[in-house]
Design a protein. Sequence first.
Length: 479
Amino acid sequence: MRPSSYIIHVPLSDTDTVLLFHGYSGAVDLVSSRIAALLLDPSASNGKFKRSLTAETLNHLIERGYLTAKSAQSEQAYVMALGMRVHAVMRKHASPGFLVIPTYSCNLRCTYCYEKDLQARESSWLERRMSNDMIQALFEAMERVDLSARRQKCLTFYGGEPLQESNRTVVRLLHEKACERGFRQFSAITNAVDLHHYTDILGQDKGISFLQVTMDGPPSVHDARRRLADGGGTFERVARNIDLAFMKGTRVSVRVNVDRENADQVQWLEDFFQRRGWTQRPLFRAYCSPVHGDVCGNQRVDGFASHQKMCQAIRGDAKGCRSTEEAPHFQIDPVTYAVQKRILAHLSQEQDLPFWRTAFCGSNMAMYLFDPFGDIYPCWEVIGHPEHRIGQYGPGLLEVDSKAVHRWHHRSVVRIPACRSCPYLFFCGGGCEALALRSTGDSNQPSCSEFPKHFGEAALKAYREWTIRHDKKTSLTGS
Ligand code: SF4
Ligand code: SF4
């Protein structure tokens, strides 16, 4: 018998206790720090466990998976087989994520543009729009890629800027054809500057029911960062158009792209959301996302290496910011918040099994992005780069590169050698594949992005919330 290699320890600072999570059994327990220390000791022997623990506690630790008879090697082999099986089941039930890029062009010139390499290309490439023939071919390709008729059909508009005024004809045609083919849910990642030209296709009933829109601070800050091609500001138009979206019943998730230039403006935005009445709307949420430090064109962006660093800067600059604690409508740290909610659901037994995350995102499940040139991509981080495409479509054409599809869609956490021995693996999913590719050139490398730190913080918050809800600070299991 030895301590499992998949135990996560989260000490509760105000007591002599430790929260234990087991990485694959789903067990969560509160134990004394003496027991936790014993489980941290890789050399602890059977005899030591028997001498140090009551028979009841010993049996409990074995049943919950913290003590195992498996060697480290066979435990890892077990985890690998388990991860492959769970990922296969999840893929089987996952609805494919279909995203369509009507054009790569954009009406804004953001200082930190995420697509700066694409937006710097010649205008003839950027201005290419999806033709009617390509739209027809697109839906035929989607039907052949996804053979399951019973699945919920969802389509997301992506770009460039998909909902710019000059895309009206092509987006309407895409929407109309999608409705004819049984698509019922639509969403868009948009800067919302021209959204007022699309009100007729907004809404819950076969309309665009979800939008992700970016706001970066007060008008002076937002307008300097997210300006029109002619240099004009966009804040007022975006705010008005978000109001319009709410009137049509469309959900809006406001993303705040944060670097050192606007970290101290997050509080202003939170107050603005409240003054505008958005925080009272169930259709509204907002969250922060770090802009990574880089050079955009000639401009140096003073960004953050991680979510954690961004949160520290926001919290340091905006002491007392309400969002730093519980604020479901505005998450400064959406990574921690998402893990916290999952742990809380598990503690509250809203789900019997833990919500295993065998992969980081839809790109590792069943995501397909279709661009106006006939290329199919697995992830929005690699669009416009044919070396990363997973197929091609066009009138009378559908070619899928099955090797490339397999590499993306089967990248489960257990396929990443460095993740196989990590106790966080089924909470983390192995991190972003595109990030791994960019930073190491190898998609089968982990992208930890400080996940263990997020997990520790999330576990403490979830436990605190759980004890408040249940009004009991006793142990979860009595061990
Ligand atoms: S809206 Fe998006 S694509 Fe357009 S310039 Fe800004 S970051 Fe780039
Ligand atoms: S990416 Fe890092 S934290 Fe996540 S499972 Fe892999 S090794 Fe663990």
